[in-house]
Design a binder for this molecule. Sequence first.
Ligand SMILES: Nc1nc2c(ncn2[C@@H]2O[C@H](COP(=O)(O)OP(=O)(O)OP(=O)(O)O)[C@@H](O)[C@H]2O)c(=O)[nH]1
Length: 324
Amino acid sequence: MQSAIPVTFITGFLGSGKTTLVNRLLQQKEGLRVGVVVNEFGELPIDGSLISRSEGMDIVELANGCVCCASRGDLEGALSALASSGKPLDHILLESSGLADPGPVIERLVSPPLSDALHLQQTVTLVDAANFDRNLEHAEAAYNQITHADLLVLNKTDLVSPQEVEQIRAGLELLNPSAPVLVAVRASLDLADLLAYPPRMEAAESSPSLRGEHVPHAAHGRSMTSISLTSELTLDEDKFRSWLGGLPPTVIRVKGIVKVFRAGESRDLIVHVVSGLITLEDATEIGVDGQRGVVVIGSDLDDPAIRSGFQGCIGRAEEQVVPA
Ligand SMILES: Nc1nc2c(ncn2[C@@H]2O[C@H](COP(=O)(O)OP(=O)(O)OP(=O)(O)O)[C@@H](O)[C@H]2O)c(=O)[nH]1
């Protein structure tokens, strides 16, 4: 029988760099067999498409809701699907959604039946240096993610000054004195270093001050909601960019894959918006075969306005967008 499979639980607020870290770790797995569980807040399984597939990795998607709210069976089912997916796994990376409270998930990972087959090696929390204060203000989940970490990765430090990096590092040390802080750009961590990093601290695990109660989902982030917009039709790139740029500041995150039309050609783009910072990248490399669309996450979202704005991006008048 296989001994307990080590699990690295990766948390961090919306857009902090969790998928970037998973992809970076997968690039370095060299002969290790790694299982990945990805979890989405929105209905569209975007992260499943953004994770690079390769030999020696298996992936299970836990879509439509935070892992902390998923029913017991969903998480157990996803993890046991991985554990029994063929050759024995050397490691599992469990990526949470950006709004998940890690407390209840850790609780389940360290309790039977999961603890019979898995060993939670560490909880790694990505912290977005460019949105540190704002994320803490917006959501209790951002705070819980920091306090439950065994290792904190202060990411996106290319977007702030060295002084700000030091201020945030000091803030993190106050919030979670026992977790080392690694400063990173694009989640630049070595898999070997990560696996050597601190085994989970039993003391921290049993400390009531770090536990916190699981709050109802709406309270995770000031009634944060998501809108899924799907379209297999082609969008006009300029209209789409300007729609993204005009979204209200209550929109915290947009991500997805869309087909755009420019100069007579259509192509797929990966879309990321994190607090107003828009990135559109060519999606050729990932070979899009899933559903195209975007998920918009934020508070107080004007659903009809967002849907009609997206519909207005359609490239050709005779085509119609089909909202999810
Ligand atoms: N400038 C900069 N961008 C980064 C860095 N790390 C990640 N990004 C970008 O930030 C965006 C979000 O990164 P993801 O890895 O998708 O973030 P995530 O935490 O998985 O996002 P959610 O699943 O929505 O919570 C992408 O456009 C990344 O390329 C960084 O260190 N610097």
